[in-house]
Design a protein around this ligand. Sequence first.
Ligand SMILES: [Zn+2]
Ligand SMILES: [Zn+2]
Length: 878
Amino acid sequence: MTGNEIRKSFLDYFAKRGHTVVRSSSLVPEKDPTLLFTNAGMVQFKNVFLGVEKLPYVRATSSQKCLRISGKHNDLEAVGRDTYHHTFFEMLGNWSFGDYYKEEAIAWAWELLTHEWGLAKEKLWATVYKDDNDAERLWLKISGLPKERVRRFGEEENFWEMGETGPCGPCSEIHIDQGIEACDRKNEKGHRCQVNGDCARFIELWNLVFIQYNRDEKGELEPLAAKHVDTGMGLERISAVLQGVSSNYDVDFMRDLIRTTEEIAGKKYGNDSAADVSFRVIADHARAVSFLIADGVAPSNEGRGYVLRRLLRRAARRGRMIGLKEPFLFRVAASVAEVMGGAYPELHGAAGRITEMIRAEEERFGETLEKGLVLLEEAVAELKRGKKKALSGEIAFRLYDTYGFPLDLTEDILRAEGISVDQAGFERLMDEQRNRGREARESLQTDSRIQLDREIQFVGYDRLDAESQVLAIYAQGQGRAEVGEGMELDLITEATPFYGESGGQVGDRGTIETTRGDQMEVMDTQHPTPQLTVHRGRIKKRRMQVGDKVYLRVDDKFRHRTMLNHSATHILHSVLREELGGHVRQAGSLVAPDRLRFDFNHTGAIPPDKLEAIEEKVNERVRLDAEVRIEESSYDEAIRKGALAFFGDKYGDQVRVVRIGDFSTELCGGTHVHRSGEIGLFKLQSEGGIAAGVRRVEALTGEGALELIRRYEQKLREIGELVRAGEEGAVEKVKKLLQQQRELEREIERLRGQLGKNRIPDLLAERQSVNGTNVLIAQVDGVEAKQLREIADQLKEKMGSGFIFLASAGENGVSLVSSVSPDLTKRYHAGNIIKEVAPIVGGGGGGRPDFAQAGGKEPSKTSDALKRVWEIVKTAIQ
Ligand SMILES: [Zn+2]
Ligand SMILES: [Zn+2]
């Protein structure tokens, strides 16, 4: 199985056991401010475990994108040096939210591994928490493992906690024994291979966590109201086991990335252990940076953006070590999208941004990397002469500040030389610079938007115009001080009334002008990161410069029509939940000026009368002219008060709650009408399925709905004119015309039959007597199969004993009929004769001894077929 097949097999296995397949959440945790990155499959379910969020399902399964690079789980230093650490990896998991517990979790894990995937039971071991008698008993019962292969361990190994606080509980792990040859310390004296030991022979495959507590701020364990199951299995590791390779980097989807690097570098993986480390680091980091950018992170000097920058620069330096001096990582990232884009379509969606950002960062760092390495080499030589073991903070800082070397990159390079860095000295200089630079950083950034890490203020909820100042301009892949007429550009201002695309609502359009008469046309507004708003468009008149005072104006008609559709989407959502059930959950939406689209979880088509009821109820709520109230609140409070949180949306500490009347409450950052009556009219346009269990409705509002009705009206008018009955009489007239058509068809059929019957006397005259047997073989063109049969029956009646074979050639093909009187069926078998003759006219068929029928596609061969019939008949008689 390939990695993609293993992922699918896992998800299918649990889907068959009642689990809802849930999409991986973003690497940037949407609901958990305590985490820098999503580091386990359960992160998106944390609020469910805490009891503050309820999902419409109690069993879930997913393959989650994870990044372990900071905090408690930081694997960065080990990546590449061994063959099983990753920064980015995928975690397969299954969950029970207060539903099944230990027994099912253990039984299914065991069945999947040993039965579905066929792992040898003899190689598997289980571990349980030291006090967890239940789990031990279940393991012995379910797996039949001998008692010595179900081991007990303490808190360090078998008690799982997500962080300092939060859900936790005992866990149970499944390990595999890869045999003595896998041990990397077998030559060391006193070494003993064991589960949770210190060699590579035993590795953990799957961790089953039984969540029953929440650890509070004081460190106390409080029991959770409902018990949950949370499991995690690294896709890379299980793929290595199932594909029979010893290194995670030898599984198919990692080798694909290494192969790309081999091609770019013109070097082979596996020839030189130092170079191999670089190949692995590049494969790992290419995945991490691709997914980070796809999830909205941009390189910067702080927070998540700096993690991304560090990964990019470490990879660039690793490239240098295998001879790559030009930007290359963006090409490896393209392979990532190829290999993983099927399971994670966001990689395709963000392909342009991924390439652009990686390449820009590689180019920027490429200029200074070489010089920094020279500086570092000299410093190392100096240290060695002086027999010193630590690089001064000054040099580490200079490498950071002037050459863009993240501290951990410097440390990474020095590790090979056995040299450390004076971290305290480095930190002191960093602090000084922070103080010095605070003012400078607040000044205008002219270099490029990528370095911009302030938040752009959105002022467009209440107004559609504003004055502001241009902070940065980005054109043709780089930061600019000025851009001239006709050029396409991205422009960033300190504040903006333009709504950037998010939560399904499309980005605003409009114009940006200076008092000098310069003008930019804004075609779209985007959020490359949650804090940043970028106006996309082109210069219509003169130019734009960084620092310009500008006047921004949103196209009010565009925005207004979008707003109607957005508020209508909320009303539609509330009505769908009431009419179809509380399981209805938004699975996606598009709110544009000309239409709205709403995808939701629901099984089965919605009958027309239900759709009508839904449309009717939405319109009732529109006519109520209910007030739309918007307030800010904390996320938890909003959820407690019953707000609907949308899957895939990103929520911060403070959320915006949009209420319409007393029937709709949603967390939403979008723009809305003041009263529902502004929507005017809501018209459903279509309903259909787009995936298993996901339906889509499309609808129009306001002017758009009116336009749709006008189009229908126009068509009706045309039909009325065509049938000369006017709009009012059109339907009656069409019904009448259809009735007439049916009657005419029947009449034609009758006349055709008549035509055939009229030929009977002539046909009878064609009868021949062969050795005293009546034989009638004839061609009757222009009749259909049914009539041909009737003619044959009538001929038989009139002729009495005998053999009849008729063929009819027409535009649509050939019909053949063979009929034999009962006294002759011993001699002529109608079915067999047809079977033999039909292929001549390109057909096939067969039938009873006394009657058979067939069709063919080649009318021109009809006479050949009849000749053949004569031969058969004569042979039979002789
Ligand atoms: Zn060992
Ligand atoms: Zn909304």
